[in-house]
Design a protein around this ligand. Structure first.
Ligand SMILES: *Cc1c(COP(=O)(O)O)cnc(C)c1O
Length: 366
């Protein structure tokens, strides 16, 4: 048996007619850039999120950059973000002209540790970017309290957490803005690159819209960039959005089944979910003793796994200039040695989950 890490083609086949029709329609109207399909998706997504504005853009990385430009980031401004994420979260801080200040993570949930944020705040700090990593919300209440106290903005990086909730609130609706990626492998994925910004702030939405589209059409009010969602991606996303809830439920069911089959195995730690969170399991990440050999063994029996991510961000060469040491981020460092993402996607079969779990247990002789 072989189990891929994700299976985008199987998902396509389940809604082939909808997707094919969506693509045909865009082609028949030549609505390739902007146009009604993009407007429709923006409206549908903001409605699904229960928020006033959705501004689409080219990808989730641009979404972060555009919002930071909208929040008027100045050079030497400091932005605090998590030590454990995909590099988009931190590289865009630098791109937008700011300085990256990393903060360690909670050992169990992999999200930014609110208890360690305040010690990072200086006179230059302007904002915080929590990441709802792997599909679970960061602990937002203390983060919001710190932001209020120090007059900081919050951008929620929701690229791995479409529809995730914190105390009944959707991620992306608690900060000044939320940013999403619709990269094909994300929980809501296009068939190419796409992203969006959501916010209740009228002015911020207006700026993002202008900035992402050359500062305005016909009348360039500011200099902007070119970051547009194309019509094909928008129509594909509109075809997929109605299924997102049931896909999310399927992920949660798979997580439950993994947990049942693996709960007796003392060599691994299953994902911990804070009781106020609904986790959407973009990734199912276990912590494993002897991780590298487990990964090799699983590969030898046809099971694809990935380490998301092999290093915490401060330990990549790109951040050598910050001169950090392991002791600065002990939790993120400890996690980078143990984490392993095992297959998780809505179309994963029960047989596959059993096969994966049996093999994990077999590796440890239990
Ligand atoms: C995927 C991702 C992004 C960037 O999205 P792209 O669409 O690939 O640019 C940003 N942050 C996180 C946490 C992500 O997982």
């Amino acid at each position: 048996m072989t189990v891929p890490f994700v299976d985008l083609h199987t998902q396509y086949l389940t809604i082939k007619e909808n997707i094919d029709n969506a693509i045909k329609q865009v082609i028949s109207e030549s609505a390739f850039i902007r146009g009604r399909f993009v407007d429709v998706f923006e409206n549908e997504f903001s409605e699904a999120m229960g928020i006033k504005h959705c501004v689409s853009c080219a990808n989730g990385t641009d979404a972060l950059y555009i919002v930071m430009k909208g929040l008027d980031l100045q050079s030497s401004d400091e932005v605090i973000t998590t030590a454990h994420s995909w590099i988009s979260t931190s590289e865009t801080i630098t791109q937008a002209g700011g300085r990256v200040i990393f903060c360690d993570t909670d050992p169990d949930t992999f999200t930014i540790d609110p208890l360690k944020i305040e010690e990072k705040i200086t006179k230059k700090t302007v904002g915080i970017i929590p990441v709802h990593l792997y599909g679970q919300s960061a602990d937002m209440d203390p983060i919001i309290a710190i932001a209020k106290k120090h007059n900081l903005w919050i951008i929620e990086d929701c690229s791995q957490a479409h529809l995730a909730e914190y105390k009944g609130k959707k991620v992306g609706t608690m900060g000044n803005a939320g940013t999403f990626s619709f990269y094909p492998g994300k929980n809501l994925g296009a068939m190419g690159d796409a992203g969006s910004i959501i916010t209740n702030d009228n002015k911020l939405a207006e700026f993002c819209q202008l900035f992402a589209r050359h500062g305005g059409k016909g009348n360039h009010i500011i200099e902007g960039i070119n970051s547009r969602m194309d019509g094909l991606q928008a129509a594909i996303l509109s075809a997929k959005l109605p299924h997102l809830k049931s896909w999310t439920l399927a992920r949660a069911k798979h997580a439950q089944y993994y947990s049942e089959l693996l709960s007796q195995n003392k060599n691994i730690i299953l994902p911990k979910v804070s009781n106020w969170n609904s986790h959407v399991y973009h990734l199912f990440v276990i912590k494993a003793i002897n991780r590298d050999n487990l990964q090799k063994y699983l590969s030898s029996v046809g099971i694809a796994t990935i380490v998301n991510y092999p290093k915490a961000l401060p330990f990549y060469p790109a951040y050598n200039y910050l001169n950090h040491s392991i002791d600065d981020f002990p939790n993120a460092f400890d996690n980078q040695k143990k984490i392993l993402s095992i297959p998780m996607y809505p179309e994963l079969t029960l047989e596959s989950i059993e096969y994966i779990s049996i093999n994990i247990n077999k590796f440890y002789n239990c």
